[in-house]
Structure formats: structure tokens, C-alpha cells
Design a protein around this ligand. Structure first.
Ligand SMILES: C[S@@+](CC[C@H](N)C(=O)[O-])C[C@H]1O[C@@H](n2cnc3c(N)ncnc32)[C@H](O)[C@@H]1O
Length: 385
């Protein structure tokens, strides 16, 4: 039985019950069990799976029916049918958790591979059903289970992955996004090598790269850099603290046959790189800033709340007047208002007015249920500075 606050949210379509909203339990309601959710006045709010941790129940259906293989297969089939992926894009999300009414379950497709990630180990009883449903719904060879720490956004620590169906072949997979190629390792889960949720932003920028000097900071495997170089940028500087990420970025340039001294790669802290560019008088027409929510770096622990204004201010100092800056965060707990505040702080600090020219979000294969605010994690603004 849940309290009044939870009942209100369940009635609106929110599929989580938090642990502190449970007022009583009956029968076997331990972790991993199927449970029915009732309000204090006896109204049934449907059926879910009980989990330990801050979310006590994830609701899978609004009635009292079972959570079984048939339900899971139908949900996976339905979300697959809703994805209208163009043929030049082979990395996409098949199941986006709550938003596809499979709470706590994410399925990504990487060419002929699919990965399943669950938000909580108490959902593991569903994995076999999800794997066979994915195999039926998609034209794929392999299904992997990948690690995913309980987290309110899409990125974090990587794991090693377990092969559930098909051959356990861990050789590089080449996927396409808007016609460009990227090397990925699906079994690495969050470190697969590409963030398809940024696809529409890369597409939006595609007509504008021509003849621009581009700086891609926190670049990871350089997906924005590849898009810029392929789009005719005059120069592309790719900066990431991780040598491994930079090596993967170089590999992505190579598989797209993008070569030349105008494409430079820096294994370096973003702050030190920006400072170096500023001192050298280097200026950029487009700057990409998509930092992690948390990270450990040479200047201590990075958090987007503490560091966003500082990195935007630093980047403004190397942005050509009238240039564009993409600032993005996948920190779900940061509200759009707070995000704006950080950008405003930076703009005031440097004494340069900025104008919003595009507000981007996730593509259609990463949908957000209207009554599930946690799903609208990505804030991505393109600003003129
Ligand atoms: C969220 S990912 C960026 C994703 C990328 N924009 C894309 O679309 O593929 C964050 C990246 O920031 C890098 N990073 C973390 N701290 C850094 C720092 N202080 N300086 C430079 N890169 C850093 C990480 O290694 C990681 O590759």
C-alpha cells in the first residue's frame, strides 16, 4: 500500500514508487517479486516488480495481470515498431525504460548487436525474456547484458558485459550514424564508444561546419569531431583527458577516411587546453562542450554543477565573436533553469552576451513520457556568443 503522494503520481502515469512512499506490505513483496500496488482507499494502481534501493516498485502494467514473457515480448515488439530508423543510422535505442513501459530496462541496437542494461539487479528475473524478445524483434546476431550502475542519467562507469545470445565475439563493430561510421564495442555498455542520444544535435549542426574552426572538448571518441571534419570544417581540435578515448577518436577519423594536419588530437584536461589555446591566440567558430556529470581529473573532482559555468566562461574566451557553442549536460537532476543559470553566470563573467539559437534534446528513439520528468535528462543548447 502506498501513501497519497505516490497515489497522485501513479494516477498521472508515473511508474515508480519510492521506498518512503510505501506504507505497508502484504504477502511476499521482497526484492524481485511481482506485487500489486494499492492506495490507502483500496484503489488498485496496477502491477510492478519490487526492488531494493530508493525505488521500491517499478510498475509494468496498470491492471492486475501478470508480468510474464508475453507482456515483455509485446512491449519490446511495440517499441521496435515505434522506431523509424533511417537506413544510414544503425546505432539506436530500442527500449527506453519507463517510457516504453519496461521500467528499469534499456535496450540499445548496435548494428547486428543489441545490449540490455537493467537499472537494478532485482530486475534480473526479466533479462531472459527481454533477450529473446529482442532477438525476435530485430535482425541481430548477438545480445549482450551490460553493466549499468543505478544512476539517473545515461552515462557512467563501464563494465565488461556478458554474452546472452549469439557468439561471444568481441571484435570492433562499425555502426553508422547519419551516414558516418563509428567503431563501437557494445559489450562495454556505457563505454560502447558512441552516444546515439546526441545524434540529432550532430545532424542539426551538419549544414554549418563548412570552413569553421571547431573545438570539441570532453570529446570522448570524437563523434562531433568526425561530423565536423566530414562536414568540411577548416580545422578540428579534439580534446579529452582519456588517452584511450583520443585513440578511439583517431580510429573514427581513420575509418571515415578523414586525414590531414588540420585534424588535431589532444589528450589533455579541457581547462588546460582552453588556456593553452587562449595564450596562443587560437580562436574557434564552433565549440562543443558536453562534459560528464562527474569525473576525476588533474584539477580534482569535476562535477557539472561546480564546473559548467567555469568551462563555458573559459570557452567564451576562445570563441570568435559571433561563434557558436553547443553546451550539453545529461545530468537529469539539473533543471533547465539551473542549466541556464550556469550559462548566464559564464556570460556575465566574461562580459559577452549570448543568444540561444537552438534548444536540442534526445531523438525519437529516446522518448520521454510526459509524466516522467526523470526521463528528460538531456539539456543541449546551441548558443551564439
Ligand atoms: C559525456 S562524455 C562526452 C561525449 C561526447 N560529447 C560525444 O557526444 O561522444 C565526457 C568525456 O569527458 C572526458 N573528460 C572528463 N573529464 C575531463 C577533463 N577534465 N578534461 C577533458 N576531458 C574530460 C571523459 O574522458 C569523457 O570522454
Amino acid at each position: 500500500m502506498v501513501n497519497g503522494y505516490s497515489s497522485e503520481w501513479l494516477a498521472k502515469g508515473f511508474d515508480w514508487v519510492y521506498a518512503n512512499e510505501v506504507v505497508s506490505r502484504q504477502g511476499n513483496s521482497g526484492p524481485g517479486q511481482t506485487v500489486q500496488i494499492f492506495s490507502r482507499d483500496g484503489r488498485c494502481f496496477g502491477t510492478g516488480v519490487a526492488t531494493g534501493g530508493k525505488v521500491a516498485v517499478r510498475r509494468f502494467r496498470d491492471d492486475t495481470g501478470p508480468i510474464d514473457e508475453t507482456l515483455v515480448a509485446e512491449r519490446v515488439r511495440k517499441s521496435g515498431a515505434a522506431r523509424k530508423m533511417p537506413t544510414d543510422t544503425t546505432a539506436w535505442r530500442l527500449v527506453h525504460g519507463e517510457n516504453d513501459r519496461l521500467p528499469g530496462i534499456r535496450v540499445d541496437v548496435w548494428g547486428r548487436h543489441a545490449t540490455i542494461a537493467i537499472d537494478h539487479p532485482d530486475l534480473s528475473g526479466l533479462i531472459g525474456w527481454v533477450a529473446s524478445a529482442v532477438f525476435q524483434a530485430c535482425d541481430i546476431d548477438t545480445v549482450w547484458l551490460v553493466d549499468r550502475p543505478e544512476h539517473d542519467d545515461d552515462r557512467g562507469e563501464a563494465g565488461t558485459g556478458t554474452c546472452l545470445l549469439g557468439p561471444d565475439d568481441r571484435t570492433e563493430v562499425i555502426v553508422r550514424e547519419n551516414g558516418l561510421q563509428y567503431a563501437v564495442s557494445p559489450w562495454l555498455g556505457l563505454d560502447a564508444g558512441l552516444y546515439p542520444d546526441m545524434r540529432e544535435l550532430r545532424k542539426w549542426l551538419a549544414p554549418y561546419w563548412g570552413n569553421c574552426r571547431v573545438l570539441n572538448t570532453f570529446a570522448y571518441t570524437g563523434a562531433f569531431s568526425v561530423a565536423a571534419a566530414a562536414g568540411g570544417a577548416k580545422s578540428v581540435d579534439t580534446v579529452d583527458l582519456s588517452g584511450n578515448a583520443i585513440a578511439r577518436a583517431q580510429r573514427n577519423f581513420s575509418i571515415n577516411q578523414l586525414t590531414g594536419g588540420q585534424f588535431r588530437f589532444w589528450t589533455e584536461d579541457t581547462f588546460s587546453a582552453i588556456d593553452r589555446f587562449r595564450r596562443a591566440g587560437d580562436r574557434f567558430d564552433i565549440i562543443i562542450i558536453d562534459p560528464p556529470s562527474f569525473a576525476r581529473g588533474p584539477s580534482g573532482v569535476w562535477s557539472v554543477e561546480q564546473g559548467l559555468a567555469r568551462v563555458v566562461a573559459g570557452s567564451l574566451r576562445v570563441l570568435e565573436p559571433g561563434g557558436w557553442m553547443l553546451v550539453a549536460t545529461n545530468q537529469g537532476s539539473m533543471s533547465p533553469k539551473e542549466f541556464q543559470k550556469h550559462i548566464k553566470t559564464a556570460s556575465l563573467k566574461v562580459g559577452r552576451r549570448m543568444r540561444l539559437i537552438h534548444q536540442g534534446t534526445t531523438p525519437h528513439d529516446v522518448p520521454a513520457a510526459i509524466d516522467f520528468p526523470e526521463s528528460r535528462y538531456l539539456k543541449a543548447w546551441i548558443l551564439e556568443g
